[in-house]
Design a protein around this ligand. Structure first.
Ligand SMILES: [Zn+2]
Length: 117
């Protein structure tokens, strides 16, 4: 069975190194275990959702737009964090990532799920 890494939001499956304590494993790698989620990641997630709901929300939003808006000129350094936040939000069914397009390797587009209330 696949698990979702709580840090990068990418799915990973059981491997030999996880065998003994698979039930407790939360991170896909050492790197992710070191990069535990911080308050700033929570703030970023909130920003993404608010941006996507906004007063005049575009139907489809690109991760790149979020990175540029949030981080300004140095956005490329932080883009992986934005992608991870988008993946985490999609696993919580807050937004839907659109089918992968090859030429957009470092980008994803998504839309927010409409609340049904
Ligand atoms: Zn990970």
């Amino acid at each position: 069975m696949e698990k979702i890494c709580v840090s990068c939001g990418i799915g990973f499956s059981n491997r030999k190194k996880f065998e003994k304590n698979w039930d407790e494993i939360q991170y896909c790698s050492k790197k992710c275990r070191k990069n535990k989620l911080q308050k700033s990641d929570e703030v970023l997630e909130k920003f993404i959702v608010e941006f996507a709901i906004g007063p005049n929300p575009p139907k489809v939003i690109h991760a790149r737009t979020i990175s540029r808006t949030y981080f300004g000129v140095h956005w490329k350094e932080f883009h992986q964090r934005v992608l991870a936040a988008i993946r985490r939000l999609s696993h919580r069914n807050i937004l839907m990532i659109h089918p992968y397009k090859k030429r957009l390797k470092q980008d994803v587009s998504f839309e927010i799920y409409k609340k049904s209330d």
